[in-house]
Design a protein around this ligand. Structure first.
Ligand code: ZN
Length: 343
C-alpha cells in the first residue's frame, strides 16, 4: 500500500453508484484542520474496464468539467459494465478561482507529476493519481481546452507514445471523439504532465483541447459531451451504439501533428496580437499568420508571425495582449494515420 495523506470517502471496490470526496489536508490561517474536498463519483457494475474521467486539471477549462458533472449525474450502473471514476474538477481550488494554476500553492497540476505524498496540495493530488487511481485504471481521459490563454480548434489529441500497441489504441480512441481535427502534440513547455505519467504506466490515454477562451459556444459543449460518451462506448464501459464520423455524415477527422519546436510560434516581442486566419485554415510555409502590434509605437510596422511549414492553424492565443515568449499560434502538418501505426 502506497503512503498518502488523502482521505477518500468512496469505496472503489463497491458496486453501484457513490458520490463522495477526495479530501486533501490543507491547514491555513483561517482553517487549521481544513481539507480541500474534491468531488468524486464512482459507478461500478460487474466485470469490465476501469475508466478514469478527469476535468479541471487546469481550473479555467470548464468544457470537460461540465461534461463530467453531467455524466456523473446521469450515469446509472445498469447502463454500463466495469467501473467509471469521475472527477469533474481535479484541481478544485483552481476551478473555484477560474485559474490555470492552483491559487493555494501556485502549482500547475499538469506539471506536478508524479507528485509527492507529503508535498503541497497540488503535488499530493498528482501523487494520489500516480499511485492510486492510475494503477486501478485501464483508460485515463483528461479533458482540456485552451483555458483563458489559448483558443483551439476543438480536437482530441495525444502524444506519439513509442509502444505501438498502446499508440494504436490511443489513436482509435482519439478518433472516437469524432472531432473535425485530431492533433498529435509535443511538450514544448516543461515536464511532469498527467498524460505522460499515465502513458508511462501503459494506460490508454485520451486527451482533448476543446476550444478555449472564456465564452464556450453551445456547439463546443456538445462536442465535449457527445465525444466523451462516444469514447466511453468505444472502450467498452458504457452501453450504446458507437457513432463514427461516417454515421454522423461527416468527412473523416483531419489528422495533424506538430512535433517540432518551430511549429509552436512564440511572440518575439510584447504587444497586441492579431490573428490573420480562422482556426482550421490551411496555411503555407512562409505565410504570415498574424501580427504583433506595438501599442506605444503604432507608427512602427507590426511584427509578422510566420508559419514555418505548410499545415493547419490549430490554435491561437486567446487574449490579444501578449508578452514576449507567449505562444500565439501553432501550425500542425497533416499526417496519414498509416505513417503513425508502423509496419
Ligand atoms: Zn489544460
Amino acid at each position: 500500500m502506497v503512503f498518502h495523506m488523502i482521505f477518500t470517502s468512496v469505496d472503489f471496490d463497491a458496486p453501484g453508484k457513490q458520490q463522495g470526496f477526495l479530501q486533501v489536508p490543507y491547514s491555513h490561517n483561517l482553517g487549521g484542520w481544513a481539507n480541500v474536498m474534491i468531488p468524486i463519483t464512482v459507478v461500478a457494475n460487474g466485470k469490465g474496464p476501469t475508466v478514469l474521467v478527469l476535468g479541471g486539471n487546469h481550473g479555467d477549462e470548464y468544457q470537460g468539467q461540465i461534461a463530467a458533472m453531467k455524466l456523473a449525474r446521469e450515469l446509472a450502473p445498469e447502463q454500463m459494465r466495469g467501473r467509471i471514476i469521475l472527477i469533474p474538477s481535479l484541481n478544485f481550488p483552481a476551478a473555484r478561482a477560474s485559474t490555470r494554476l492552483s491559487p493555494i500553492d501556485g502549482m500547475n497540476l499538469n506539471r506536478a507529476f508524479p507528485g509527492e505524498s507529503e508535498g503541497t496540495v497540488t503535488s499530493q493530488i498528482a501523487h494520489y493519481l500516480s499511485s492510486v487511481l492510475f494503477p486501478m485504471s485501464d483508460v485515463v481521459i483528461d479533458i482540456h481546452s485552451g483555458g483563458r490563454s489559448m483558443e483551439f480548434i476543438p480536437c482530441a489529441h495525444m502524444h506519439l507514445v513509442s509502444d505501438l500497441d498502446q499508440r494504436k489504441k490511443m489513436l482509435a480512441a482519439m478518433l472516437a471523439w469524432n472531432t473535425d481535427f485530431a492533433f498529435i502534440y509535443a511538450d514544448i513547455a516543461g515536464t511532469g504532465l498527467l498524460p505522460v505519467e499515465a502513458e508511462n504506466q501503459g494506460k490508454l490515454v485520451v486527451t482533448t483541447e476543446l476550444g478555449g477562451g472564456e465564452a464556450i459556444p453551445a456547439s463546443v459543449h456538445s462536442i465535449a459531451q457527445r465525444g466523451l460518451r462516444n469514447v466511453l462506448i468505444h472502450v467498452g464501459v458504457l452501453d450504446g451504439k458507437q457513432e463514427t464520423r461516417s454515421t454522423l455524415g461527416k468527412l473523416p477527422s483531419i489528422l495533424t501533428q506538430a512535433l517540432n519546436r518551430e511549429d509552436y510560434l512564440l511572440a518575439p516581442e510584447s504587444g497586441v496580437f492579431e490573428i490573420g486566419f480562422e482556426l482550421g485554415t490551411r496555411v503555407n510555409r512562409g505565410e504570415t499568420v498574424g501580427w504583433i502590434h506595438h501599442l506605444e509605437r503604432p507608427d512602427r510596422c507590426p511584427e509578422p508571425i510566420v508559419a514555418h511549414s505548410d499545415g493547419y492553424l490549430v490554435t491561437m492565443r486567446a487574449p490579444c495582449l501578449t508578452q514576449q515568449g507567449d505562444c500565439v499560434a501553432v501550425v500542425a502538418q497533416e499526417v496519414a494515420i498509416e505513417t503513425l501505426t508502423g509496419p
